[in-house]
Ligand binder design. Structure first.
Ligand code: ADP
Ligand code: ADP
Ligand code: MG
Length: 455
């Protein structure tokens, strides 16, 4: 019999660390936080039962320092580690080492992370099991000649992507053969610099697509369910900024088909724990796998709001060896949910990050509202880490109710001392195309002038 984990180290910071600590508390599980020197007074440190410093400000020396993170878990007697997202969450070496220390990694097996972590390899796996992928190269592209040949075959425009890519970085669009060489050289250099791996692959550039992803839960007994989709089409530079569920772009038939393919993808790689299968959807209703994220995602609360399933709790239950309590038939989507990512940045100044001290703060609330954040009055937003400072999530009986609720919530949200994108999000929620649900991944870029206040 598998017993529930008793003490979990949260190998992360910010709102996601707080989110995980909250779930642990509700489950009666002890929590150990880790922190870097400048994070000494961070909220996650204050909320956890214990906290251990793992190094100086630079993430490479602290939150990414495997040796220190593992030592912290061992000396505090943890039997589980939750990696959150970002940082070590998709590092197969870390997952393997956690296991070697006799600690449960709350996520899939290291080999599964490895298999899906290389995005060109993941494409191959998906093709083998019959999940549609974007037309493109078979695996990584070694030489310029090979790249040119693939691009010619699939036809321009193409997208050169980093095999190890993430966070929307390391992608280059190429519209004609003349542009190919310089884009290829630049993409490889960027991939090497950002991800320490210069391998790139090629996909057809799908014009004006939507980003639709399916949340998966898979236990260690072979049960796999999906919790429906999230529409993450509102992006800036291939990074999500607003997400909603359900998507206006899916018919019930398409939802069922894509959901079944997402489950098939997870099954094909022996997936366990929570994961996300990402697709892009073109204007004709064709969908293509782009990648699988082998961790909890930033936007998971959107799904929690419409399904009532606590995804972090499920992750911990699955890692403890418990079977899923729900079957696909039990999953129902109720109403509509929207999440706005609130970043410490100045949209009017090229989205420049704006760290600093939060001198005044009002966090909104009310019916159907959830705010996931590590903000508190007087806290410092550090320049060393991601600029996302809060996630505002609303639920409504209908999409238009959710939109009206989100507008009301953003009007209340007050963060003084730093600049944020709250107003930009507010403008998006008033844009006619957004309200009508008629948007694609080019929405923000196309409407930037009218969306950015003071432009
Ligand atoms: P995707 O990689 O598909 O965008 P998510 O939307 O879940 O998936 O976002 C992951 C992103 O979250 C990372 O690329 C990074 O920019 C950001 N991130 C990583 N770690 C943290 C963290 N601890 N706090 C806030 N943001 C983070
Ligand atoms: P990351 O690992 O950085 O999250 P993804 O492969 O998930 O990268 O792609 C991120 C975003 O980039 C997608 O949501 C989409 O907006 C855009 N994108 C990726 N691949 C394509 C493609 N083949 N055609 C058009 N847009 C794409
Ligand atoms: Mg992605």
């Amino acid at each position: 019999m598998n017993l529930m984990l008793r003490r979990i180290l949260i190998a992360n910071r910010g709102e996601i660390a707080v989110r995980i600590i909250r779930a642990c508390k509700e489950m009666g599980i002890d929590t150990v936080a880790i922190f870097s020197e400048p994070d000494r007074d961070a909220l996650h440190v204050q909320l956890a039962d214990q906290a251990i410093c793992v190094g100086p400000a630079k993430a490479a020396d602290s939150y990414l320092n495997i040796k220190n993170v593992l030592s912290a878990a061992t000396v505090t007697g943890c039997d589980g580690i939750h990696p959150g997202f970002g940082f070590l969450s998709e590092n197969p070496v870390f997952a393997d080492m956690v296991k070697k220390c006799g600690i449960t990694f709350i996520g899939p097996d290291g080999d599964v992370i490895r298999a899906m972590g290389n995005k060109s390899e993941a494409r191959k796996r998906m093709q083998e099991c019959g999940v549609p992928v974007v037309p493109g190269s078979d695996g990584g592209i070694e030489t310029l000649e090979q790249g040119l040949a693939v691009a010619r075959e699939i036809g321009y425009p193409v997208l050169i992507k980093a095999s190890a890519g993430g966070g929307g970085r390391g992608m280059r669009r190429v519209f004609s053969e003349e542009e190919f060489e310089s884009a290829f050289v630049a993409a490889k250099a960027e991939a090497k610099a950002c991800f320490g791996d210069g391998e790139v692959y090629i996909e057809k550039l799908i014009q004006n697509p939507r980003h639709i992803e399916f949340q998966i839960l898979a236990d260690s007994h072979g049960n796999i369910v999906h919790l429906g989709e999230r529409d993450c089409t509102i992006q800036r530079r291939n990074q999500k900024i607003l997400e909603e569920a359900p998507s206006r772009a899916l018919s019930p038939e398409l939802r069922e088909k894509m959901g079944a393919d997402a489950v098939k993808a997870a099954r094909a790689v022996g997936y366990q724990n929570a994961g996300t299968v990402e697709f892009i959807l073109d204007r004709d209703g064709n969908y293509y796998f782009i990648e699988m994220n082998t961790r909890v995602q930033v936007e998971h609360p959107v799904t929690e709001m419409v399904t009532g399933v606590d995804i972090i709790r499920e992750q911990i239950r699955i890692a403890s060896g418990k079977p899923l309590k729900l079957t696909q038939q039990d999953v129902s989507i109720n109403g509509a949910a929207i999440e706005c990512r609130i970043n410490a940045e100045n949209p009017a100044d090229g989205f420049r990050p704006c760290p600093g001290k939060v001198v005044g703060l009002h966090i909104p609330g009310g019916f159907g509202v959830r705010v996931d954040t590590a903000l508190y009055p007087g806290c410092e937003i550090s320049p060393y880490y991601d600029s996302m400072i809060a996630k505002v999530i609303v639920h409504g009986k209908t999409r238009s109710e959710a939109i009206r609720r989100m507008r009301r919530v953003l009007e209340e949200f007050l963060v003084e001392g730093i600049q944020t994108n709250v107003e930009l999000q507010y403008m998006i929620l008033h844009h006619e195309d957004f309200i009508k649900g008629r948007y694609d991944t080019g929405f923000l870029e196309k409407n930037l002038d009218s969306l950015i206040p003071g432009q």
